[in-house]
Design a protein around this ligand. Structure first.
Ligand code: GLC
Length: 460
């Protein structure tokens, strides 16, 4: 089966490379050796410092040192896990570290809703949650707000090789010269298609629209293309993919707002065309990832945009009616090429945690090779450690993980702006894009409104 269509054109490829380079050469390498760690603001440093000294010796082999350890219980929170991989992770961790019990707290699957719950608890200094999974868009904000511990000292003392991770994933957890989050799994938008209906996936958005209209109805399908167009974070990622594919950018490297451009207008217009297409579900403006995978696995659509986790699901006969009939490809290209949005999750430690040392052990385990392998095998989640893509077990679990082009896509995916006021940027986009997709305002108005409001937010 032909898996990938190469459609990355020069412009976007170059702008992505530039973006990655801009990300990569920042202060990344300083993170592990940052002498500034010592002169952190007192509030940031205390937890990490004190506990590190005690935690140092048992850091490498939990079970060997576990005998005389005090029993501790930590609470770990993450967005709803439909895969069951979290239970397996916790079990494996508790086996290696018998003195640490992990209590698992389920959060909403919508990243925005989870975010708001964390902010409510952490801003009140609540210590209930010790460790939590953070969307790649949160670390800068949480770091600036003082909700989380810097991890540099832990990383340094345990000799964690940050170069083993994809640079973009490390960068998402880096802010103000420090590393606040460890990369757990990465995400990049993909096009899924039914191989029993189309031989070759579309390579441009125009082609996708044409094919969606032509093939919807075949092999029991009802819809052409499914995307995440509900008013939430998923819409922002979908839009950033379109904006990049048409050659635009939300913020430039210097944090100037550049969203009001003909490229953004072209991108929004294409999204609107898709929303309005006859082959699109009439409630596409309510679609998020779970709605997408549910419909696609039931065989309702010819094409869908989703994250890597859906690939292993499509192949699982217990939950998929389309097993054996699904291929994946780069998202279609606009005028400037194809672009995948960068997503993914990291882990962070509540700065008020009463057990930062045990919390770190769990973070280290989940985000290290052993934990990431469990997440890949049990949850179909894409590792952030490049070497794991050479592991034959990982390659065996999903075709995606054995595909070199996919791994390159992960490395080149387009990040969302890294700024402590990301929630405001996202809200502005969510509202204006939703209005444009519903037909309440034009694409031009949406682009111009976003520009004005983002400029105001950034200058506050
Ligand atoms: C996925 C991505 C995350 C993104 C979210 C949007 O969970 O990993 O980064 O914000 O989808 O719905």
């Amino acid at each position: 089966m032909k898996i990938w269509k190469k459609v990355l054109t020069g412009t976007v490829a170059m702008s992505m490379v530039a973006m990655m380079a801009a990300c990569g050469d920042d202060e990344d390498t300083d993170a592990t050796t940052d002498p500034a760690d010592g002169d952190d603001t007192e509030q940031e440093d205390d937890g990490a410092d004190d506990d590190d000294e005690a935690g140092d010796d048992d850091a490498d082999e939990g079970d060997a040192a576990a005998g005389d350890q005090e029993e501790v219980t930590i609470t770990y929170a993450r967005g709803n896990d439909a895969t069951g991989s979290t239970d397996v992770l916790i079990e494996a961790f508790e086996e290696a570290f018998p003195h640490i019990t992990v209590e698992y707290r389920d959060m909403p699957s919508d990243t925005g809703q989870s975010h708001d719950q964390y902010v409510t608890e952490f801003s009140a200094g609540d210590a209930t949650i010790d460790v939590f999974d953070a969307d790649v868009i949160w670390p800068a904000e949480f770091a600036q707000a003082g909700y989380v511990l810097p991890l540099d000292r832990f990383i340094e003392e345990d000799g964690i090789d940050m170069d083993a991770y994809f640079p973009g994933t490390v960068e998402s957890g880096h802010f103000d010269g420090r590393q606040w989050a460890m990369p757990k799994f990465t995400d990049a938008g993909l096009l899924y298609y039914r191989t029993d209906i189309v031989d070759e996936p579309p390579t441009t958005w125009d082609e996708l629209l044409e094919m969606a209209e032509e093939y919807a109805g075949e092999e029991g399908t009802e819809f052409g293309y499914l995307m995440q167009a509900n008013q939430y974070e998923g819409l922002v990622v979908n839009a950033i993919e379109f904006i990049s594919a048409y050659g635009g950018q939300v913020l430039d490297e210097d944090q100037n707002v550049t969203v009001d451009s003909p490229e953004t207008v072209a991108a929004i217009e294409k999204m609107k065309e898709i929303v309005d297409a006859e082959s699109s579900p009439s409630n596409i403006l309510n679609f998020d990832e779970p709605a997408t995978h549910t419909a696609f696995l039931e065989g309702q659509a010819v094409f869908a945009r989703n994250w890597p986790y859906m690939q292993s699901m499509t192949e699982d006969e217990d939950q998929s009616r389309v097993a054996g009939n699904v291929g994946f490809a780069l998202l279609p290209a606009g005028d400037a090429g194809s672009a995948a949005g960068l997503g993914g999750w990291m882990t962070m430690i509540n700065r008020y945690s009463e057990n930062p040392e045990a919390a770190w052990e769990f973070v280290k385990f989940m985000t290290g090779p052993e934990g990431q392998k469990i997440s890949a095998m049990e949850g179909g989640l894409a590792p952030t450690i490049a070497e794991l893509y050479e592991d034959s077990d990982v390659q065996g679990v999903a075709q995606l993980f054995a595909d070199e082009e996919f791994v390159r896509t992960l490395d080149n995916a387009v990040p969302r702006p890294i700024t402590p006021i990301y929630p405001q940027i996202s809200d502005i986009m969510q509202i204006e894009l939703s209005r444009a997709l519903a037909g309440d305002i034009s694409a031009e108005e949406a682009a111009s409104n976003m520009q004005t409001q983002m400029e105001a937010a950034l200058s506050e």
